[in-house]
Design a binder for this molecule. Structure first.
Ligand code: ADP
Length: 490
């Protein structure tokens, strides 16, 4: 339980950081890094000042001790020299307050700077390290607010058989301490004001830096469904936002296109439904305007039935397209012999083709993983179109080809009317018809190619067209090679 809590804590912190605004993040990161740098630099300067002063004071004491050791070693009998060094010279120096003391091996004081006993008693000194002058002294506070640097050292006396003496040296470092304290106060004041300044600068820099983001937000806010033609990429954006603005404009292009297709689709749909319903109403109205014979009623009902069938087909097609438009649509793929499948479609249309004096030929071999019903529907739509727009005596050829990369292509080529280049980009749109298209189909719905496009999208493939007016058209459906999942994303 506790380990789980421990694990979830950093995540909670990270999540908290993630919810921060970019301005706050930039401020904290900017101010934090500059404060860290400042604190490190100041700490280093402070430490080096303290260390230098301590080193100098220690060197001074070590020098004094060394001198006394030299006198004891070289002139052990000359008490005058030693006394001058320990008692007179120390007391005479008005600039540097320092004290020296000489003790015998019993701890009895032999010589010391006058008054030293009251200022730095024997007990306050550290123990001496045998035969060595310490590199650094020990700081001792007298209790009256004055600090001293203390150093103890053993000193050999020149004459043989005499035990070593003990030297005590003390240096008043209160001036150094005061200097350090003043320096510390100044540093704290400087660091504190720099922290405030860098926080304020952080806020300013972040706000200033994020102004273009606010500007781009305002620009995008202005765009509504009725102003989809507006673009934001034309303004001068900083480099980081320019690509965002471009992507946004591209999204607007797609949205605008979808919007206009959608509104065209709604208008077309209303139109498509209005015609058969008006026909039905008209026929019913005429039939009811006077008493009719049972044969006349039968004819009216038969004609209505045709309209109902047409409406029903239209609704089925629209339902299929609406389902195919869904986010994920499952299709059942099975291995199918493509040649056999197109031969089946050809047989179905053979009688109609013969009636219209059009020859249908098939060629090529391939196998494919596809939904057999949808595959058949796509090829049927293409073949029906080819028969509808090809004059008597023409030929429609369906060819299957397996490419080297295992892509399977089926082409439906006719020798018909062809499609003007201006219409080619839109013929796969719902309800789009090349006007006036002299179709042999009595009621072209304008949904056939849209359904082919949806079927190909469900298979992860594509449909394309090449056409020349007066020579004919070739529609190509291309199925991708490997199919892993049975669900295709639209
Ligand atoms: P429709 O029901 O009108 O045939 P489609 O979506 O199948 O609807 O086709 C859209 C339009 O594309 C048709 O109206 C027609 O003008 C054109 N078209 C489709 N196939 C052919 C073809 N093989 N030859 C000439 N024009 C074609």
């Amino acid at each position: 339980m506790s380990s789980k809590n421990a694990l979830s804590k950093p995540r909670a912190w990270r999540n908290l950081f993630r919810t921060w605004s970019i301005a706050r993040r930039l401020t904290v990161l900017y101010a934090g890094s500059s404060v860290l740098m400042l604190v490190l630099a100041t700490a280093y300067l402070y430490w080096s000042l303290v260390d230098n002063l301590d080193r100098e004071a220690s060197a001074f004491l070590a020098n004094e001790i060394q001198e006394c050791r030299r006198l004891l070693h070289e002139h052990p009998d000359d008490e005058r020299l030693l006394s001058y060094e320990i008692q007179i010279e120390t007391a005479a120096n008005k600039l540097i307050k320092y004290y020296l003391r000489l003790l015998d091996n019993q701890g009895r004081i032999l010589l010391e700077t006058p008054g030293m006993g009251d200022i730095v008693p024997v007990a306050s000194f550290p123990a001496a390290i045998a035969a060595a002058v310490p590199v650094r002294g020990t700081v001792w506070n007298s209790g009256t607010g004055t600090s001293y640097l203390l150093m103890s050292s053993l000193a050999q006396v020149g004459m043989e058989g005499i035990p070593p003496r003990l030297l005590h040296a003390a240096l008043d470092i209160s001036t150094d301490e005061a200097l350090i304290a003043a320096y510390r106060r100044k540093l704290i004041a400087v660091v504190a004001s720099c922290i405030l300044f860098s926080c304020a600068a952080g806020v300013f820099v972040a706000r200033r830096g994020l102004q273009p983001v606010k500007a781009i937000t305002r620009a995008t806010d202005r765009i509504t469904a009725s102003q989809l033609h507006e673009r934001i990429g034309e303004y001068a954006w900083p480099e980081e936002l320019a690509s965002l603005a471009r992507s946004f404009d591209q999204m607007l292009d797609r949205l605008e296109d979808s919007f206009s297709r959608l509104s065209r689709f709604s208008a077309d749909l209303a139109h498509e439904l209005r015609t058969p319903i008006n026909n039905l109403r008209g026929e019913a109205g005429v039939a009811l305007s006077q008493t009719r014979t049972s044969d006349e009623y039968r004819r009216t009902l038969e004609s209505s039935l045709e309209e109902y069938a047409r409406l029903s087909r239209l609704i089925d097609n629209l339902l299929f397209l609406a389902r195919a438009d869904g986010p994920i649509t499952g299709i059942t793929r099975t291995a199918c012999d493509v040649r056999k499948a197109i031969e089946g479609v050809r047989e179905y249309y053979e009688a109609l083709a013969a009636d219209r004096g059009i020859e249908i030929v098939c060629g090529g071999e391939a196998t494919l993983q596809a939904d057999p019903v949808l595959f058949r529907q796509a090829i049927s739509n293409l073949l029906a179109n080819a028969l509808n727009y090809t004059p008597r005596g023409g030929t429609v050829s369906m060819n299957v080809r397996q490419q080297d990369d295992r892509t399977v292509e089926v082409t439906v080529t006719d020798t018909g009317l062809g499609i003007p280049a201006a219409h080619l980009p839109r013929i796969f749109d719902r309800f789009y018809r090349v006007d006036p298209a002299p179709s042999q189909q009595p009621n072209p719905s304008g949904l056939g190619l849209a359904i082919v496009k949806s079927i190909m999208a469900l298979h992860g493939g594509a449909v394309s067209v090449q056409s020349e007016v007066g020579k004919g058209s070739t529609f190509t459906v291309r199925f991708p090679p490997a199919v892993v999942s049975t669900a295709a994303r639209r």
